[in-house]
Design a protein around this ligand. Sequence first.
Ligand code: SF4
Length: 240
Amino acid sequence: MQRKKRTPRDDAARRRRRSAVRVDRVRVASFQRRLLAWYARHGRDLPWRRTRDPYAILVSEIMLQQTQVRRVLEYYPRFLARYPTVADLAVASTPAVRESWHGIGYYRRAANLRRAAQHIAERHGGRFPADVAALRQLPGVGRYTAGAVASFAFGQDAPILDTNAARVLARVFGPGRRRGRTARLWALAEATLPAGRAYEFNQAIMDLGALICRARKPTCPVCPVRRTCRAFERAAARQR
Ligand code: SF4
């Protein structure tokens, strides 16, 4: 019998099946509740969390892509003082933007930021797009950054997956197979997002990864989600 030729649609369906995640609703609800309660008391107070301005949030997200929080804290207010709005950045010259970015490194990020500002001015009449699909059309904006701007500036239920969030989700819900891991983690980020709470939840999961569930030496005994964490369960079983 002749084999049916695979179409791009078949491949997309296979990828979706591979990345599908089954989550225990009770575990997810407990994880959400504990994480949000912890964040309310211990979340970091950062300047880009004191605004809902999508432009200011995009600037912080682009700076944070390859630079530590400590250094961004120094350069972020300076850059915003020089270019307070997306319109100011859109008309800035390349040498001026390069000079403002001096010291942060990876200048390509600044060039993309300026091109994104121009894109917003030209294609959106200077108004920031609010949905993930339109945000992803901006130069230098990938799925994570689009989700961050959509949830932090516009309060949309958009998941995010940075290295901190990915580590927390993999440890709490199980790493799964290596193949298709990123797609499954994105599916998990989506499945665990509490409706209407994306702003706090996304900040909370990143803070947990940065402060407690660190790559090396996570401080599990004080972790607020340890009772729902597979990695913690496995480590406890090994010690019995
Ligand atoms: S219990 Fe440990 S491994 Fe699990 S999320 Fe918390 S810090 Fe990470």
